[in-house]
Design a protein around this ligand. Structure first.
Ligand SMILES: NC(=O)c1ccc[n+]([C@@H]2O[C@H](COP(=O)([O-])OP(=O)(O)OC[C@H]3O[C@@H](n4cnc5c(N)ncnc54)[C@H](O)[C@@H]3O)[C@@H](O)[C@H]2O)c1
Length: 269
C-alpha cells in the first residue's frame, strides 16, 4: 500500500519505518527540512534501539523516502497518516493547530478518494472535526474516509512496541476506512479492535490516565509505607504478582513525566 506519514517525529518516523519493513511503500513528510535531510541520509535525530539499522535497510530497499513537498506527497499516496504533535496549551487544553493545518493541507492537495488516519492523540470529537476541516478545504466533492488509530508506543522501546503491540485500535464510522486500516496491519498478529472514532480517542486518554494513576497510587502508598516502616518495594512486588493488578508502572519513584502522560491527563481532566 502507498502510505504517507505527515509529521516525522518520534511516532511518524518509527511507524513509517516499521510499515516499510512490513512491505508497504512509505513516504515521510515534514516541514522541518533539517529532519528530512538527516532522514534521507539514514540518520535518526533521536536514539531508539535498532531503529537506525531498520531505517537504513528500508532506504536501501527503496521502500521509504522522505520529502518536504506536501503537494506531491499528498497527491501520490492512498493512505495519509497524521502524526504531528498535539502539545498542551497553557490552560491544559490540547493545541490542535498543527492537526488543523495538516487537515486543511490534505483538503487543498488531495486528488482522489483517500483514507486519512489520525494517529496523533486528539481530544474526543476531533476526528469528526478533522473530516470537516478536510472537506471544507477540498476543491471538488471528493469523498474522504477518516479513521482514528491511536498509538501506544513508548519512547525507549518504540521499535519493539510498534512491532509487537498488545492491541491495535481502529475507530471509524466508515466501513471502507476500517477495512483499509486493518489491511495496513495485516501482518500483525495482536487483537485488532474496531470501534467508533470517539471510543478510539477515549481509549488512548483512558489508557494513559490509568497508567499515570498506577504510578501516582504507588507513590502515595510509598509515603504511607515510609511512615509505617514498610518497604514499598516489597509491597509493589506482592501487589504486582496479582494478575488483576500486574507489576508494570507500579515502582515507587518520581512522579510521572515524559512527553505524553502529563498532557494527556490534563486534556482528560
Ligand atoms: N512520543 C511518544 O512516545 C508518543 C506515543 C504515543 C502517541 N504520541 C502522540 O503522537 C503524536 C506525535 O507525537 P511525536 O512525539 O511523534 O511528536 P513530535 O513533536 O516528535 O513530532 C511532530 C512532527 O510533526 C512535524 N510537523 C508539524 N507540523 C507539520 C506540518 N504541517 N506538516 C508536516 N509536518 C509537521 C514537526 O516538524 C515534527 O517533526 C502526538 O499527538 C503524541 O501525543 C506520542
Amino acid at each position: 500500500m502507498k502510505i504517507l506519514f505527515i509529521g516525522m517525529g518520534y511516532v511518524g518516523t518509527t511507524m513509517g519505518v516499521v510499515l516499510a519493513n512490513a512491505g508497504h511503500e512509505v513516504t515521510g513528510l515534514d516541514i522541518d527540512k533539517e529532519k528530512i535531510a538527516s532522514l534521507k541520509k539514514g540518520e535518526l535525530y533521536f536514539h531508539e534501539p535498532n531503529l537506525q539499522e531498520m531505517l537504513m535497510n528500508q532506504l536501501q530497499n527503496q521502500r521509504i523516502r522522505f520529502t518536504s513537498d506536501p503537494k506531491e506527497a499528498i497527491a501520490t499516496n492512498d493512505i495519509l497518516f497524521i502524526t504531528v504533535g498535539t502539545p498542551s496549551l497553557t490552560n491544559g487544553n490540547t493545541d490542535l493547530s498543527y492537526v488543523k493545518k495538516v487537515a486543511q493541507m490534505i483538503g487543498q492537495f488531495r486528488t482522489s478518494e483517500q483514507t486519512v488516519v489520525v494517529k496523533s492523540t486528539v481530544p474526543i470529537g476531533t476526528t469528526e472535526k478533522i473530516e470537516q476541516w478536510i472537506t471544507q478545504e477540498s476543491h471538488e466533492c471528493l469523498p474522504v474516509n477518516v479513521a482514528m488509530n491511536p498509538e501506544f508506543l513508548r519512547e525507549g522501546s518504540a521499535l519493539h512496541d510498534a512491532l509487537y503491540p498488545d492491541r491495535i485500535v481502529i475507530g471509524s464510522n466508515n466501513t471502507e476506512a476500517l477495512e483499509t486500516v486493518e489491511k495496513v496491519y495485516q501482518s500483525w498478529t495482536c487483537p485488532i479492535l474496531q470501534t467508533t472514532p470517539r471510543a478510539a480517542e477515549m481509549i488512548k486518554y483512558a489508557s494513559n490516565a490509568f497508567l499515570a494513576t498506577k504510578i501516582s497510587f504507588i507513590n502515595e502508598l510509598a509515603k504511607l509505607c515510609d511512615t509505617l516502616g514498610v518497604n514499598v518495594h516489597d509491597v509493589s512486588e506482592g501487589m504486582g504478582l496479582d494478575n488483576r493488578i500486574g507489576s508494570a508502572f507500579l515502582q515507587a519513584g518520581l512522579g510521572y513525566g515524559g512527553s505524553c502522560f502529563p498532557k494527556d491527563v490534563k486534556e482528560l481532566l
